[in-house]
Design a protein around this ligand. Structure first.
Ligand code: PHB
Length: 391
């Protein structure tokens, strides 16, 4: 008799546990964060993961009454791995949204899955203009290379630069940067010669020799985040820093994460971009301080701000949908605007790309550290590639 009562009670407890964990699973909103955490682009993964976790730490892990469960996966920077991980996260983990995507090929690989499964894909890093056209479920919180680059061409032509050699990593964002600069600069009567360097294990020296021979007024450079220090070292070894060739480009080459280790060679470089650790606003001061505190003094770079704002977009989108994913979530994200550590930003409801200020900056030493110091602002810049298509 006693034994039967015990069994009945134990059964009831087991049933309650099963029910409550099922209820919990239903209530949890899973966010799959796919990033290069190892390999040559691990700095991008490290920055974005740290920013996403900071956002969750500051804003709690419950949204619209549902627990946010973050699942971080390392794609090692290989597109086939990104795609497989996205598939597993969608099918097995039943994620509501996927985010991250450290390089253009890594953002493009899972795009068909986002479309098929109707899972919003928040691109926090990759920056080739066309990425948002690969799926109606893609939304971007990073930037596009043409968006950051056209203001550079304007600055160069207004500042006595007539002859430029461009040197870019030979893939999507590099080609975007090269085309955007060349188009805008030649339209203002500038002269341009184009060079492309392989993305994998780049040896810049033969290209830098060509630059030295061409004697341009400026060298325009795009290398992806994390590679700038390698470039700067070879730029200096070739003596180009002393040759009077001005270094210009989108801000990836003077990435805040590694800028301080580059030394004096970086001083005076002029770049255009959407984020600097030194951006002067109360929101950014608070962000930089909290980020450094949580990460042993590591500075946030433009990848971190893409991750932080991407998480904000996910949280605010979920608040609007009451925790629902799918079409409702991507629709909720369209047109959203807020003040980021980088300044005012919004999601273009037509293109799902980010509209943001682009700042002109100069590398300077301040309190013993190197910073990209902003000295001019071009407000509310849309991706020019898609803006041209819309006209
Ligand atoms: C990209 O692959 O889209 C990419 C990566 C790093 C950058 C910019 C663009 O700094």
């Amino acid at each position: 008799m006693r034994r039967r009562t015990f069994l009945r009670a134990a059964g009831a407890v087991a049933m309650t546990l099963a029910l409550s964990s099922a209820a919990l699973a239903q209530e949890a909103v899973k966010v799959g964060l796919i990033l290069p955490m190892t390999g040559p682009f691990a700095s991008t993964g490290r920055q974005i993961e740290a920013a996403v976790k900071l956002y969750m730490q500051q804003n709690g892990d419950t949204v619209a009454g549902k627990k946010i469960q973050l699942i971080v996966k390392d794609d090692t920077g290989v597109a086939d791995v990104t795609k497989r991980l996205a598939q597993e996260l969608i099918v097995n983990d039943k994620i509501s949204v996927m985010a991250g995507f450290g390089l253009t090929p890594l953002a493009l690989a899972p795009a068909p899955l986002a479309t098929q499964a109707k899972v919003p894909q928040v691109v926090m890093a990759a920056a080739t203009a066309t990425i948002t056209e690969a799926s109606p479920f893609i939304v971007r919180t990073s930037f596009t290379l043409p968006q950051a680059t056209v203001p550079m061409a304007d600055w160069a032509s207004q500042n006595g630069i007539k002859k430029v050699v461009t040197l870019v990593s030979d893939y999507g964002p590099g080609i975007d940067a090269e085309k955007a600069f060349t188009g805008a600069f030649t339209a203002k009567s500038g002269q341009v010669e184009n060079l492309r360097v392989p993305l994998a294990n780049p040896d810049f020296s033969p290209f830098l020799q060509k630059v030295a021979d061409a004697k341009p007024d400026a060298l325009f450079v795009f290398v992806p985040s994390g590679i700038g220090a390698q470039f700067m070292k070879q730029f200096m070894e070739r003596g180009l820093d002393k040759s009077g060739v001005k270094l210009i480009g989108p801000g990836d080459v003077t990435d805040d994460d590694i800028l301080n280790g580059m030394g004096d060679v970086a001083l005076g470089a002029i770049t255009t971009q959407h984020y600097s650790t030194a951006h002067d606003s109360p929101e950014n001061k608070a962000f930089v301080e909290a980020f450094k505190k949580a990460n042993n003094g590591m500075r946030p770079n433009f990848m971190a701000v893409g991750g932080y704002d991407g998480m904000h977009l996910i949280y605010e989108g979920l608040k609007k949908t009451g925790g629902q994913g799918g079409q409702a979530l991507i629709d909720a994200m369209k047109g959203m605007s807020w003040t980021s550590p980088r300044g005012p930003i919004s999601i273009d409801p037509q293109t799902r790309d980010i509209i943001q200020n682009i700042y002109v900056r100069k590398v300077e030493r301040k309190d013993g550290e190197l910073y990209n110091v902003e000295f001019a602002t071009i407000p509310n810049v849309k991706d020019p590639v898609k803006a041209a298509k819309a006209n």
